[in-house]
Ligand binder design. Structure first.
Ligand SMILES: Cc1ncc(COP(=O)(O)O)c(C=O)c1O
Length: 393
């Protein structure tokens, strides 16, 4: 009987079962250790993960917390962002990028992205620094979208020249780097997410704040534990954002594989790029090129950036129809993000309108993320690209 499994099986956006199969015994052993210890919250496993992730990232300190959303909020509060302040950020990101700012009582100032990378455009940020919107500006929060660092040369300089805090949203960028320095060490503080879809993921929610400032790290440790250093004595108002030991134990196992997994993600992205060019859907000379004519456009990677491809994203014509076509062929895809933050209903009060951030708004109509995870096969990648070619034929 011929083997038809290759053409009939689904290709999901992410298949965590394949990852788990490879590390099952180690994960069970690590979980068992936590079960035996019964130190379930902020235990030895959390401390060990904080030490090991700080060493891996090259940060002075790392503080575990309950989610990436909380990590950003903790980092902002520890950077003294408070009611009345404003924070420049991108509108082309996950909701938590903006909600963490608002939870501090501050106001997000959305600035457009660069169409080649879809990361916050430093040129546009610079213009904003001199405008009225910069009133009470306290910080800039670049997002390392899809696993590629934003242009941190420029943001670091803005931080220095304008006395601003730089808070990295590194939720999608564990292991990414900029000129050889890892995401999470490029600003005053950074927030990572270990949500299960992330390239380094827990078995539930989890997050991490990193910084090179030991006092700031101490402050975050206090804030994540109700503003308390000594039990039942509260120096300030914090909240409960502690990391569970079981999550830290899983993360410690996965941390050992992160370089290998990120390297695979880069290979997979390179292979997609190659296939798109080979089948004539995209041209290498026209990367980014938001006004280009090809049905598929590849994004740019800056030479300073070591991109870890948390997501592999293309820009494409007739995106929603293409997505349906892929779905009919059993191929998963996702849109990160269909509605820019400045157009979200709950942010109407900020006063943005359609047309305010044209590159962001166009990207929201064109981007499509394709299946990427370290265990995806070349065969599956061929099927994804063939299905896209079939759609545009
Ligand atoms: C860019 C970005 N920021 C923040 C977050 C929030 O992380 P979490 O879902 O762990 O709260 C995420 C992940 O969902 C994200 O992708």
């Amino acid at each position: 009987m011929p083997d038809t499994s290759v053409t009939t099986t689904r290709i999901p956006m992410l298949d965590l079962k394949r990852q788990f199969a490879a590390i099952r015994d180690e994960v069970y052993a690590a979980m068992q250790e936590v079960c035996e210890s019964q130190h379930l919250v902020l235990g030895e496993a959390v401390q060990a993960f904080e030490r090991e992730s700080a060493v891996y990232l090259g940060a002075k300190a790392a503080v575990g917390c309950a989610s990436g959303t909380d990590a950003l909020w903790l980092a902002l509060v520890a950077c003294d962002v408070k009611p009345g302040d404003s924070v420049i950020t991108t509108s082309f990101s996950f909701f938590a990028t903006a909600s963490s700012i608002i939870r501090c009582g501050a106001r997000p100032v959305f600035v457009d992205i660069h169409p080649d990378t879809l990361n916050l455009d430093p040129g546009q940020v610079e213009a904003k620094l001199y405008s009225a919107a910069a009133l009470n500006l306290k910080a800039v929060m670049p997002v390392h979208l899809y696993g590629q660092c934003a242009d941190m040369d420029r943001f670091e300089r803005f931080g220095r020249d304008h006395s601003l805090k730089i808070v990295e949203d590194a939720a999608q960028a564990f292991g990414a780097s900029w000129r050889g320095r890892r995401a999470g060490t490029l600003g005053h503080a950074a927030g990572f997410s270990f949500y299960p879809t992330k390239n380094l993921s827990a078995f539930g929610d989890g997050g991490l704040v990193t910084t090179n400032d030991n006092d700031l790290a101490e402050h975050v440790r206090r804030l994540r534990n109700h503003g308390s250093r000594v039990r039942y004595y509260h120096e300030e108002l914090g909240w409960n954002s502690r990391l569970d030991s079981i999550q830290a134990a899983v993360l410690r196992v996965k941390l050992k594989y992160i370089d290998q997994w990120n390297a695979r993600r880069r290979e997979i992205a390179e292979f997609y790029d190659k296939l798109f060019v080979e089948v004539g859907l995209a041209s290498p000379a026209n990367r980014g090129g938001w006004a280009a004519k090809e049905p598929v456009r590849l994004l740019c990677t800056l030479t300073q950036a070591h991109h870890i491809y948390h997501q592999y994203v293309i820009r494409c014509m007739r995106r929603d129809d293409l997505r349906q076509h892929l779905s009919s062929r059993g191929i998963g895809s996702e849109i990160y993000y269909p509605v820019p933050l400045h157009m979200q209903e709950c942010f109407n009060y900020l006063g943005y309108r359609a047309g305010d951030l044209p590159h962001t708004e166009l990207a929201a109509k064109e981007v499509l993320a394709l299946p990427i995870f370290p265990e995806i096969t070349e065969e599956e990648q061929h099927r994804v690209v063939d299905a896209i070619r079939e759609f545009y034929r």
